[in-house]
Design a protein around this ligand. Structure first.
Ligand code: C5P
Length: 439
């Protein structure tokens, strides 16, 4: 049982997962409308032990306003921060806390609890609970429900910046994402522990958007029966057997798009250059190194209904890569003669009978973003261009967030709010699903 002390953000002496500040996020999204977008949806909300647990009370309000039924599991750590009474009042339901409780089990066995939901949401998701999920441990009700569930799981991590950045936490997160666990946040900012950095739990409104996207994708399978081809990451162009020309692309956005399209039911082939990104779930992966290999893999993946070219393909390669390592002892400087690489987006958009009906490109620009992107859309012959500002200081290239302007087939511009790359991917997948629904 929880201590039953005052509700809300009571900070205990525990130093565990103290990564949250009470101040508003500098990137808090605008208020949601209150349409019952989640009517009839059932959410199992697992509240673990972090200061951010107070935001989970607001999350329950937002979910209820939108028509969802919320059932809560409160961990022992979570009960140090919010009371079962607050959660019960807001969910208008019993709050489940104990694995070996005769009353809980007779009312609702933990297996049923984990399955009688459309989505399991862990907010805040602590480093400890994510480690248990990654290891498959089941020593309390929350971890057992997470192991027993057959439903999609969305985590909203919240913790101290060092805990989030720790190799163990990052490895656990990557493993969970590879298994198909969805994530929202964390964001950067001031943390309750007094430090600054990444680790703030996503705002309740952002979590609601992620929940809607997860449920829309899974429930509607709006892209079921569609084939999608996505390119991602950099290409490596060899100079000799040990050296190559490359760029700083992380592959984050392309991988997130591949995952989002798959969640919406599409059959996805991801053609990727070398990255450190985890493989998205339910996607078939073709790994390549050079632009010419990427082109071949893309052509082999056709036919497709959708092509999204998010890769940062090297514009040039070394015309004749040396067969042996170039030796500086030979004296002089090697003269590298360059040759132009194929433009994969342009090729896909220019195909005759095998052209995917929707071809989407990216335009990374540093000035006059929209004007340049419009021009690029025409030059490449693609249907949509997602333009983003990659000027130094925006942190877009290799970073976590992206500000997109979508230019559509009619040359109209949609300005999307700055969002995490996963949210951008979900939004694009929904937009693609809408376009096919309207066709
Ligand atoms: O010409 P630029 O590199 O700015 O165009 C960016 C868009 O074109 C991206 O969608 C990128 O994936 C695609 N591209 C490509 N093959 C290339 C160069 C760019 O598919 N060789």
């Amino acid at each position: 049982m929880g201590p039953g002390s005052g509700a809300g953000a009571t900070v205990s002496g525990s130093d565990r997962n103290a990564g949250e500040a009470a101040s508003a996020s500098p990137t808090a999204p605008t208020a949601l409308d209150c349409r019952p977008m989640l009517d009839g949806k059932r959410i199992l909300l697992i509240v673990a032990g972090g200061v951010a647990a107070y935001k989970s009370l607001i999350l329950v309000r937002r979910l209820r306003e939108r028509g969802a039924a919320v059932r809560a599991v409160l961990t022992a750590g979570g009960a140090e921060f919010v009371t079962p009474l607050s959660l019960a009042a807001l969910t208008e339901d019993k709050v489940y806390q104990e694995l070996f409780s005769l009353t809980d089990e007779s009312e609702m066995g933990h297996i049923r609890l984990s399955r009688e939901a459309d989505l399991v949401v862990v907010a805040p998701a602590t480093a400890d609970l994510m480690a248990k999920m990654a290891a498959g441990l089941a020593d309390d009700l929350a971890s057992t429900a997470l192991l027993a569930t057959d439903k999609p799981v969305l985590v909203a991590p919240a913790m101290n910046v060092e805990m989030w950045g720790h190799a163990a936490t990052q490895a656990n997160m990557a493993l969970l994402e590879r298994r198909g666990v969805l994530r929202v946040g964390p964001g950067a900012g001031d943390l309750a522990c007094g430090e600054t950095g990444s680790g703030r739990m996503a705002e309740p409104e952002e979590i609601v958007i992620a929940i809607e996207a997860a449920l829309a994708g899974r429930a509607s399978g709006a892209l079921a029966g569609r084939r999608a081809l996505v390119t991602s990451g950099p290409t490596w162009e060899p100079i000799d057997p040990v050296r190559y020309i490359a760029n700083r692309s992380s592959g984050k956005q392309g991988h997130a798009i591949a995952g989002a399209l798959a969640r919406h039911g599409a059959e996805v082939v991801l053609v990727t250059g070398p990255t450190h990104e985890p493989d998205p779930a339910h996607v078939s992966i073709e790994r390549i190194e050079t632009a010419r290999e990427m082109l071949d893999a893309c052509m082999a993946a056709l036919p497709a209904d959708i092509a999204v070219c998010a890769a940062a393909v090297a514009d040039w390669r070394v015309r004749e890569a040396a067969g042996e390592k170039l030796k500086k002892e030979n004296g002089g400087l090697p003269a590298l003669e360059l040759a132009e690489n194929p433009d994969i987006l342009h090729r896909l958009a220019g195909l005759d009978n095998r052209r995917p009906p929707l071809v989407v490109g990216f335009a990374a620009e540093t000035e006059n973003v929209v004007a340049h992107a419009r021009e690029k859309r025409r030059r490449k012959g693609c249907d949509w261009i997602l333009a983003n500002d990659v000027s130094p200081g925006t942190g877009t290239f290799g970073g976590e967030r992206n500000t997109i302007h979508l230019i559509d087939e009619e040359d109209r511009v949609e300005d999307w709010p700055t969002a995490g790359k996963a949210e951008v991917a979900d939004r694009l997948a929904l937009r693609i699903a809408d376009r096919f629904a309207a066709a």
